[in-house]
Design a protein around this ligand. Structure first.
Ligand SMILES: [Zn+2]
Ligand SMILES: [Zn+2]
Length: 114
């Protein structure tokens, strides 16, 4: 007789790619890491086969949950903002409202200090 429940496929972290990419939605407190992982086939708690997974996963060390990489985590971490700030080449003069290059100290149009 074969006991299916003593074997199974598990996920084991191989490498942490980036730590603190977000907060866990389940245990809320813990920071979630982006990890590469191995799939491990276990039988009677003994790993019998292991192979690397193609895609990274998000892993919460607090509740031991894995999430797909595209899982939307609430923003967290320590202020590391993922949103790229819009690249502005030009400032705008607050007096004459014309665009001025960012490294100008004075507006070339109206002479105001920027
Ligand atoms: Zn968690
Ligand atoms: Zn101006």
């Amino acid at each position: 007789m074969f006991f299916f429940f003593v074997g199974g496929l598990q996920q084991e972290i191989r490498q942490v790619l980036k730590s603190g990419v977000g907060k866990c939605t389940f245990c809320a407190n813990n920071r979630v890491d982006l990890v590469n992982y191995d799939k491990v086939l276990k039988l009677f708690f003994v790993p019998v086969w292991r192979w690397p997974a193609k895609d990274p996963l998000l892993y919460c060390g607090g509740c031991k949950n894995f999430f797909p990489y595209n899982y939307s985590l609430p923003p967290g971490g320590d202020g590391e903002s993922a949103s790229p700030t819009a690249v502005t080449d030009a400032l705008r003069c607050r007096f004459c409202d014309r665009s001025v290059e960012a490294d100008f100290r004075f507006c070339p149009f109206c002479g105001s200090e920027l």
